[in-house]
Design a protein around this ligand. Structure first.
Ligand code: UT7
Length: 332
């Protein structure tokens, strides 16, 4: 049924986060591959990452994060009409993780689907939810980024295993009053970069067999150095575009929450944009790169710390495998 909020701004009403208790420190990794705390810290900013135990699965953390967001928004789960779960590490191929989350939440009036845009999944989800709310198709939309990346990490490959971690973050979107909410949102992709971060096996092209598993074809392979440069350029460009569309300059940003891929990427983008370092949020030291979960986890931490105040300009920017990238400018 078409709702009556067409033309109204969409905003983030509440957030939540959850991750496994298990932690893998740089010291732990030193015992697994030829690396050092010094190398990981200086090249990435990461000190530890959460890692799911055997038996844990993506939707557990997604549901926990989503429950917090729904409770904090003080709405009933039955009022949610859209659930987007951004993930490249779903519980299983069928059904979507979003449908599993829907059932657990009791959000029986929602349309639910998964969205695969790697580390940009949450920004893609926000962009879609924004449109659905603005056009009146949805009133309350739940956007979740949830990943158990460590299930696809090769712990003999030091180029990837030091980076990735597990977790989930959620945001509940709904109509907001006045000039608050999402001011501009843009998403992009370029499939020519597909093989810079990919899992060659496990799908229909190279179906899972004993052989593909033993040769590790289901693990993520990454050409990190090449991606690094594309990430800095793409994130900077798209951030400038959304800020221009929103009618603001980067010097007016009061909270910058980029995808937590690498501290050096965050620093380079912030510097190119001229966003003051006091407004740049980073939690990569504690979480590593959690792909689609990184921005909503970080945003939830920011809100807990009171870092977004009424009227503040908030900038979210992502880059990920695909390649995919995107940015959202919001007035808090
Ligand atoms: O989530 C969004 C998508 N992903 C990204 O945006 C990732 C972007 N890329 C990165 O974050 C970085 O490229 C990495 C952290 C993955 C790698 O850092 P880097 O500074 O680009 O290193 P590199 O790949 O150029 O490698 C430099 C050296 C190499 O040794 P040689 O050939 O110079 O002797 C690597 O073998 O560092 C070596 N190396 C390591 N040494 C110790 C690579 N990984 C490690 C490691 N420990 N873990």
């Amino acid at each position: 049924m078409t709702k009556t909020n067409a033309g109204i701004n969409a905003g983030i009403l509440s957030t939540g986060r959850a991750y496994p208790e298990g932690v893998l420190t740089n010291a732990d990794l030193e015992k697994m591959v030829e690396t050092s705390d010094e190398w990981i810290t200086s090249r990435t900013g990461i000190k530890q990452r959460h890692r799911a135990a055997a038996g844990e699965y993506t939707s557990q953390f997604a549901v926990a994060a989503a429950r917090q967001a729904v409770e904090r928004a003080r709405i009933d789960a039955s009022e949610i009409d859209l659930i987007i779960c951004a993930t490249v590490t779903p519980d299983q191929i069928l059904p979507s993780t979003a449908c599993l989350i829907q059932a657990e939440l009791g959000a029986h009036n929602a349309a639910a689907f998964d969205l695969a845009a790697a580390c940009s999944g949450f920004i893609y989800g926000l962009t879609l939810a924004n449109q659905m709310i603005r056009t009146g198709q949805s009133r309350y939309a739940l956007v979740i980024g949830a990943e158990l990346l460590t299930r696809y990490v090769d712990y003999t490959d030091r180029g990837t295993c030091v980076i990735f971690g597990d977790g989930a973050g959620a945001a509940l979107l709904g109509p907001v009053e006045g000039d608050r909410g999402i001011l501009a949102a843009r998403i992009r992709s370029d499939g020519r970069y597909a093989e810079q971060l990919f899992a060659p096996g496990g799908g229909t092209r190279v179906p899972p067999t004993a052989e593909t598993l033993s040769s590790g074809m289901h693990y993520f392979k990454m050409r990190g150095n090449e991606l690094f440069k594309v990430a800095v350029r793409s994130m900077t460009d798209i951030a400038r575009e959304v800020l221009a569309e929103a009618g603001y300059g980067a010097h007016e940003v009061r909270l910058f929450v980029p995808h937590q891929a690498n501290q050096r990427i965050t620093d380079a983008v912030a510097e190119k944009l001229s966003v003051d370092s006091e407004f740049v949020y980073s939690n990569i030291a504690m979480h590593g790169n959690t792909s689609s979960a990184s921005i909503p986890i970080a945003l939830d931490e920011c809100l807990e710390q009171g870092l977004a105040k009424d009227g503040d300009l908030v900038l979210l920017v992502s880059f990920g495998g695909g390649a995919t990238w995107g940015a959202v400018a919001l007035k808090w």
